[in-house]
Write a protein that binds this ligand. Structure first.
Ligand code: ZN
Ligand code: ZN
Length: 278
């Protein structure tokens, strides 16, 4: 396929056309990275991604690192853009041991940041392009496959392992959102059961529980317990909402985020995290 749909070049960024690094022909695969601290870029305008990328380059070229350019080949941002770093045909300063054999892409997400569907799709498009037009094998690895590091974070690494990034490019529909969208107090049926299952996964089974005939509170009836759990899930991800009586678009997105956030909390629980450069 052609270069990724939303592709930002070095020239778009006002950078010289190639980095100062050595030329190389990475053919073995693509390595996923993250940022060791949360950036919350999924909830910020895309312009902030460009600012982040410029700052990253300045840091990598500054006194602390002293590299020829930003360390990575590309950034895949929350809004679905592939943004050039060193770009094609360049050795990187990203994953020692694989800087000439593999390309690198950072998600710029921290340990608790959401990884968006658009972002996943951008990585898929990048991989497909490297395979089709640039002789790359397309194997997707995480930075931690090369060295002891938390990078690319547990959530992204699970995606590396379960094949999320090697899927075919194309719009990823958020079926969970579609299903719960528009539900409100008094509704009954399978869609309510699906909503309640998400709320359970987000950690609010205790709120659902007392009101349903089944122990897990998944009874397909949008009553007081479901209303309380919807509100709790929204507030858990920082929403200032004051009612859980219906599921608007933002509410659906927040419930999905709550499931992801809880998932990460469970995964990190008990782990001794040592952050390093990513
Ligand atoms: Zn962006
Ligand atoms: Zn890394």
């Amino acid at each position: 396929m052609d270069q990724p749909t939303n592709y930002v070049t070095r020239s778009d960024l006002g950078w010289p056309s190639t980095s100062g690094g050595n030329s190389a022909t990475p053919r073995s695969g693509l390595v996923v990275h993250y940022d060791s601290s949360d950036q919350n870029l999924a909830n910020k305008p895309h312009a902030d991604c460009l600012t982040y990328w410029r700052n990253t380059r300045s840091f990598h070229m500054g006194p602390q690192r002293g590299w020829a350019d930003v360390g990575y080949s590309w950034l895949s941002c929350s809004h679905g853009y592939v943004i050039e770093g060193r770009g094609l045909g360049r050795e990187q300063a990203a994953q020692p041991g694989g800087n000439r054999t593999h390309y690198s892409v950072t998600l710029a997400t921290g340990p608790n940041d959401a990884i968006t569907d658009d972002q996943i799709n951008a990585v898929r498009e990048l991989r497909r392009w490297l395979m089709d037009d640039h002789g790359n094998a397309g194997t997707v690895l995480g930075h931690r496959d090369f060295t002891a590091t938390s990078c690319p974070g547990d959530r992204a690494y699970r995606m590396v392992q379960d094949g999320t990034f090697t899927g075919a490019p194309g719009a990823i529909t958020s079926e969970g959102d579609e299903e719960m969208l528009g539900l409100s107090r008094g509704d009954k049926g399978a869609r309510v059961e699906s909503l309640q299952t998400s709320l359970r996964h987000a950690g609010f089974a205790d709120l659902l529980g007392p009101y349903g005939p089944r122990e897990d509170g998944v009874d397909g009836d949008y009553g007081q317990g479901t209303e309380d759990a919807v509100l709790a899930a929204r507030q858990y991800v920082g929403s200032g909402a004051s009612s859980g009586a219906s599921v608007s678009g933002p509410a659906a997105a927040q419930i999905r985020r709550a499931v992801v956030k809880r998932d990460i909390e469970r995964a990190l629980d008990g782990l001794d995290l040592t952050e390093g450069a990513c």
